[in-house]
Design a protein around this ligand. Structure first.
Ligand SMILES: [Zn+2]
Ligand SMILES: [Zn+2]
Length: 90
């Protein structure tokens, strides 16, 4: 079941929710200060891949207010950049 890839073009968190075996599937955010990518949770340590607390503070470097959403545009731009030949093939 891969419905999470269909409901949104955004890349979703592949971490595991603490206290269960469910995939997190939270929206990913990126820290502008250190580049760390992770989901945002309402409480600390809710997800194995959690990157930000409820206030948007980076759990990696501790920077506050540096969280930005990873949108689909970021990914398509990055992929075109990594694979330039794919954009020139008709
Ligand atoms: Zn997560
Ligand atoms: Zn950071």
């Amino acid at each position: 079941m891969r419905y999470e890839e269909l409901k949104t073009p955004l890349k979703l968190c592949t971490g595991t929710r603490k206290g269960g075996e469910q995939q997190c599937s939270g929206t990913l955010h990126k820290c502008k200060a250190c580049g760390h990518v992770g989901c945002r949770q309402s409480r600390p340590d809710l997800c194995s891949e959690q990157g930000f607390d409820v206030l948007g503070k980076c759990l990696k470097c501790g920077a506050a207010g540096q969280m930005e959403a990873l949108d689909a545009g970021d990914y398509s731009t990055q992929q075109a950049w990594l694979h330039p030949e794919s954009t020139t093939v008709n």
